[in-house]
Structure formats: C-alpha cells, structure tokens
Design a protein around this ligand. Sequence first.
Ligand SMILES: Nc1nc2c(c(=O)[nH]1)N[C@H]1C(S)=C(S)[C@@H](COP(=O)(O)OP(=O)(O)OC[C@H]3O[C@@H](n4cnc5c(=O)[nH]c(N)nc54)[C@H](O)[C@@H]3O)OC1N2
Ligand SMILES: Nc1nc2c(c(=O)[nH]1)N[C@H]1C(S)=C(S)[C@@H](COP(=O)(O)OP(=O)(O)OC[C@H]3O[C@@H](n4cnc5c(=O)[nH]c(N)nc54)[C@H](O)[C@@H]3O)O[C@H]1N2
Ligand code: SF4
Ligand SMILES: [Mo]
Length: 754
Amino acid sequence: MTRTVIEEERAMQLETPGRDTRRGANPPTGADGEHATFCRLCEAHCGLVATVREGRVVKLAPDRDNPHSLGHVCVKGTSAAQITYDPDRVLKPLKRVGGAGEFVEVGWDQALDDIAATLKRIRREHGAEAIASYLGNPTSFASENFITQLELMAAMGSTRQYGASSQDTSARLLANHLAYGAPWTTGMPDLPSCDFLLIMGGNPMVSNGSLMWAPRIAHDLDAIAARGRVVVVDPRRSETAARYEHLPIQPNGDVWLLLGLLRVLLDETLLDEALLAASVSGWPALRGEVSRRDVEHCAVACGVPAQAIRELARGFVTARRASIYGRIGICRGPYATLVNFLLTAFNAITGSYDREGGTMFGREVFPREKPVVGGYGEARTRIGGVPAVAGFLASATMPDDILVDGPDKVRALLVTCGNPLLSAPGGERLEEALQALELMVSFDLYVNETNRLAHYILPGTSFLERADAPVIGFGFMIRPFLQYSDAVIKPLGEARDEFDSYLAIVRRMGLGAPAASKWRRRLGKWLRWTPRPLTLVDIGLRLGPVGDRFGLRRDGWSFKRLRAHPHGVMVDLPHPSKDWRERIAWPDRRIHVWHEVIEREFARLGADVAPREKFRLLSVREIRSLNSWMHNVGRLVRSQKPKLTMHPEDARELGVGEGDAVWISTAVARLQVPVTLSDEVVRGAVCYPHGWGHRGGSWQTANRTEGVNINRLLGLGLDAIEFVSGSSLIDGLPVSIERVGPAQADVKIQDRAA
Ligand SMILES: Nc1nc2c(c(=O)[nH]1)N[C@H]1C(S)=C(S)[C@@H](COP(=O)(O)OP(=O)(O)OC[C@H]3O[C@@H](n4cnc5c(=O)[nH]c(N)nc54)[C@H](O)[C@@H]3O)OC1N2
Ligand SMILES: Nc1nc2c(c(=O)[nH]1)N[C@H]1C(S)=C(S)[C@@H](COP(=O)(O)OP(=O)(O)OC[C@H]3O[C@@H](n4cnc5c(=O)[nH]c(N)nc54)[C@H](O)[C@@H]3O)O[C@H]1N2
Ligand code: SF4
Ligand SMILES: [Mo]
C-alpha cells in the first residue's frame, strides 16, 4: 500500500521523548562534531542536529534532545543543507549589467558604495519616502535581519514598508489592534489543556502551525481530539480536516458562520453576563448587530446547516476549555478583518481568556512594558491611502506607488528575503513597476523571479551560517522554550548577514547606525557602540522574568548559559490566563468587541449574500514546498506536479476529465492548468498551490518544474484588497473556468490589458 505524503512525514517523526538536555556545549562554529541547532524555515523551529565534518555540514537529523520539538522535523528541515550548499546559490554580490538576469560579480565595497550613493541621491532629491522596502517571509526567522530591517527604514526616515504581511497576516494583526489595542498581541489556543478546538482556515498538519509555535502540533491536536473535539472549518477537506472533524463551508462564508454562532449564544442565553461585564467592552453594540442576524440566513450564506451551527455553539460553550483559532484561510477574503475580529470577540465573550485550556497570549521573556495603543494607520499607501497595519503596507498598491507620477513616488526598493513577483499580486504590472525603479537591491540566497530585475543582489546567509534565537517566537510559543544557537558553520563564499550589509549602507549614507529601538538608542549612545541585535535580545532576556539578572539570579538564563544547553530549555512562566488584562493596551484593560472600523465593516457587509460565482479559487500548501522557494531541492520537488483540484461533479458539468487542461481566468489574466478531480473541495471551490511558475532565476531545478504563477490572476489596487487591512483578496477569488482538452506540456499565460 502506498503511503500518502503526510503518512510518510509522520513516519519520519520520532516519538522518542527528550533524553538529556544538559549534554554540554556545541563544538565551536565550523568545528567537526555534532551541533545542536534549530530549523528556521517555518514557525515550528524544530530542533536539528547538524553533523559537521571537515568544516562542512554532512547531515541534518532531528534533535531528540530538544525538549520542545522532541525529535519532530519535516523533510524541508532535514534538506536545509541542500540550500546552503546549492551550486545555484548566490555567494558574491551581483550587479546587473544588462537585461533581466544579466549579472556580473562585483566586490562588496563597490556594491555598497554604489547602493549608498544612489540611495543618498534619491533621498536628497525626492525625500525619504521615495525609498521603500519589501520584507519577505524568511526575514521573520532571521532575528537580526528582521530587527535591523525595521530600524534601517526608520534610520532612513521612510514609512514605505511593504511585505508578505498583506498576503497572510494583516487582517489578523488589525483585528488584534482593534480588540486589544496592539497588533502583535495575538490570542492562541492553549493546546496542552484545551478540549474543544475550532480551527477556521488553517491547516496545521501541513503548515505546522502559524501564529502559534508548537513543533509537535499533530501530537497536540491528537491529544485534544482524544480529550474532546477538534473541528476544522474549511472549504477543502484539508489534511487537518481529514484527520479530525471536518465542517465544510463556502469560501469566505466564515463571517456568516461566526454571526450564526454568536446568534445562538444570544438565543439560548449561553453567556455569563457578569463575566462579560468584567472582561469586554462594546458588547451592547455587538449584541445589537448580532440580534439583527438570523441563524437560518447565516446558514444559507455560509453553506453550513443551521442545526450544525447550533450544535457547534452549544458544544463550544459546554466544553469550557475551548478556543477558536483562525489562520490565513480567513485572512484574505473580502471581510477578513471582520471575520478575525468576530473570532476574537467570540473567544472573549465566552470567557475563553479567563481559563486554562482556552485562548491565551504568549508568555513574555523580556521585561514587561506597559502596552501602548498603536500599530494602525501610522503610514498609508501613496495611491489609495490604504492604512498600514503594524507598519506594513498593502503589497497590492506597490506597483502603483512605484509607477504613478507625483510626490513621494517610490524610486528605490530594498527587497529582503522576498519574491513578490510569485508571491504577491501584480503580475505584469508589478514587473513593469520593478523595471521602472531607479534602484532595486535584493538580499537573497538566489536569483529569483523578482530580483532578476534588481540592480544589485547581496548574498545573505542561510540559517546554518548564522547565530540566532527564536526571538519572534518567544511571544508565540504555546509552551515557553528558550534556545540559542551559534552559527554551525562560517558563511560560504562572500555571504554576509543582512545586519552587516544594512549597517554598511546607512553608514555610507552618513546616517549613523539604525537606532529606532529604545535599547539600542540608549546603549548605543552611552557606549558609542552599535551592539548587534542579538546582544540586545540577550540583555532583554537577562533582565526579564527568567533572566539571570547579570548574576543576581543563579538559575536564570542568558545566551551564555544557553550555550551550555544547546538543545534548548523549557522555562517556567505563569500561565497567561492569570494576567491577560495586563497585555491589553486599551486603557480599560478589556477586550474590545466593538470598534468604529467594525461598525463600518458591518455596514459594508449589509445583509446580502454576495451572488455566488460559479467558481472560487483557494490556495493550498504542500508539505514539501515553502511559499515560492525550496523548489530547487530535487528531493522536495520530484513528487510535486501542481494541478487545479476540482470537484468531480463540477468537472462533469464542464466536460472536464482527470488530467485535462482548463483555462482559469479573472479580469486580469488567464492561465492554462491541468486538472485533478477530488471531492475534497466543496462544489464550486477549486484550488491550486502558489509559488510556482519559476522562470529565469538562478535555481535551475526550479526552472524546470511544471506549474504556473497563480498570483497572476490576482488584481491590483483598491478593488483587489480588503481596504481596512490592505489584505490582498486571494482566497475565494471568483474565477471562471473553460475546458481546453487534454493537458498540454507547455505552460500558457495570457495577461489581459488592464
Ligand atoms: N496565492 C497565494 N499567494 C501567497 C500565499 C498563498 O497562500 N496563496 N501565501 C503567502 C504567504 S503566507 C507568504 S508569507 C508570502 C511569501 O512571500 P515572500 O516572502 O515574498 O516570498 P517567499 O516565497 O517566502 O520567498 C522567500 C525568498 O527569500 C529567500 N530566502 C530564503 N531564506 C533566506 C535567508 O535566510 N536569507 C536571505 N537573504 N534570503 C532568503 C528565498 O531564496 C526566496 O527568494 O506569499 C504568499 N503568497
Ligand atoms: N509546508 C509548508 N508549510 C508552511 C508554509 C508553506 O508554504 N509550506 N508557509 C508558512 C507560512 S508563510 C504561513 S503564513 C503558514 C500558513 O499556515 P496556515 O494558515 O495553516 O495555512 P494553510 O495551510 O494555507 O491553510 C489555510 C487553510 O484555509 C483554507 N481556506 C481557504 N479559504 C477559506 C475560507 O474562506 N474559509 C475557511 N474557513 N478556510 C479557508 C484552505 O483550504 C487551507 O486549508 O504556513 C507556514 N508553513
Ligand atoms: S516543520 Fe518547519 S521548522 Fe520543523 S523541520 Fe519542517 S520546516 Fe523546519
Ligand atoms: Mo506567510
């Protein structure tokens, strides 16, 4: 019997619990031996043991001694050395001397001098806002890179920060701001003691969890299912839905499902009004809105039977240790912020934050500061005035912000770990915009589809070549865990950490060190020294609740002490249900379940169920892909042949058979793709993975893969986003489909005139 990819994955996952987490320090960077470190490809940050021989990583194995991941890894993590040693990797600065992809190698000094001089000129002639940056996903897992990137833009005085956020997280971050006052404060399910978990629009069996860091997520979910229930709301019977209870829904039906669930709570007086009065603010307004909705209407609008909605609401409230978790499947639709906000409101009014096993904030390992209200609308896109969320602007306006003449026109773009031509909307127009830039600099490991248009590519380090701690993860870990890893090996070729490149650029621009962080500002000024970001993280950790207080607390932690425990350590911090109010930035320390933004979103939603187009496109992730990259690793891509999944009944009506080709089109473009038939999708939904369509990068294996860039179908501008958060409309996108006939080998793409 052949095993599915997921089954193979699970077979790889070692079940052996941790043995000894105090086995002594790693060998020094580059020295032979076994180095305990961690994967930095996705949020799970699984422990890895890297075997180094003659200065080279010869093996990456799961780290059974890592007390957090306990031997869990996936095949991407154990393949990571193939990225580091990839002969197609960029290891010297590249300067473009001709058309797209025509580069020559240049020295670092020449590249940095030229980049700094051009940026300086643009800033002088056109102002700081003419310089923009795009932060790609891997930046989040390269702490020094992430921290310095943000500070680099601050040092330049520019607010033009685009990023992958509007393709995945902006709606969640805005809902956090509206509910808690602060975008990065995120509610997560308390997996270890939850006994009713409702998942909306997430597929952790493949993604390994997002905005909740729990490397052994499958074990956590299995344990919840054994104690109670895991219900997965998804238009597709995803790998997670197939493993637990699946509640199929119409794409973008979630807002109606949540309204229906809230209405049941009202009708059946399932709420504890005393608790409500103490914990939330704005309930009368939300109650008024909900009482105008009717469960039967909601049921029709979301495609979930009214009886199922009633049972779900009752099950949730009776379980008590219950939480709703939502992820990117509810972040890229026309009411993404409203859905995320209602999800938070549902958790709040059912008292989910007040008890263990409900919804919790991450523990804090840095000294607690009084949370301040902010993170919304401090910057806006040039064209359309779309507000930034947590500092991130909508990618969908980037092409116009570059191309449309006028003040503050974007003339320079710094792209760090990003490939927006494959991952963001824009297609031809984005390509045109990138070509119109006076300067594009990319910090990357490869020549990709985007940076083949760059003026310079500066080679960055892969995670095996840099020191790190899971800094961003400290706030998202379900169980508090600390780890620090030195670089396993020295950087190959002339690769450099982005921190060094950024610093060199701002110094050459005469701007001084990036200095936005309070700590750096204080210390840097005092000591006349620019500490590395990780040094500041270490200081924060040492002063925090589990820190060594610089020797005052003997059993406290510092990076130095963590070096002696290279597999990482679990730490003891109070459960967040005790003091969640202190994390709320709103002055009343309550979760807000109403806001003027939400009032306007309700007005926009109205009562109408949008006419249901025949077909709606969804995204789907594969365990062996990571967004638009890692497709150069033969072992990972061999098994992948991107296809459009369609329900057999829909296919029959179109006269389409397994393997046939169809045209899939929107007003922007049409693409020819092969079809595979499966009843895993609800009728009318079709799905296709993103990040394919590799052409012209240095990644030669990737260039030979099949598959099209599905994001060419996405629109640009205000009609193609959910305005309040700037999120791109990606999931549930209306598309039309026409039969072509038997699949053809060539990929066909036609852009339509705008
Ligand atoms: N249709 C559709 N589109 C989507 C999505 C979807 O579900 N559907 N998902 C979206 C999501 S969730 C995200 S996060 C974004 C991702 O979008 P992006 O962040 O724009 O793109 P990535 O594909 O992550 O590209 C990462 C780039 O960083 C480089 N890189 C990797 N590691 C390193 C490193 O350590 N250092 C340096 N310097 N470079 C590195 C890689 O070579 C690659 O070129 O796109 C998304 N776009
Ligand atoms: N293997 C792998 N792992 C990854 C990544 C990867 O590319 N590959 N990317 C990483 C990144 S950057 C991120 S942000 C995370 C994302 O992690 P997740 O949020 O878990 O992302 P997905 O696996 O895309 O799951 C989204 C689910 O939402 C469903 N969905 C789509 N539309 C709707 C809708 O309207 N309503 C509902 N209820 N559901 C809907 C989809 O069918 C899909 O099953 O994954 C990370 N992990
Ligand atoms: S699940 Fe994520 S962190 Fe773990 S090995 Fe795979 S890619 Fe790396
Ligand atoms: Mo993402």
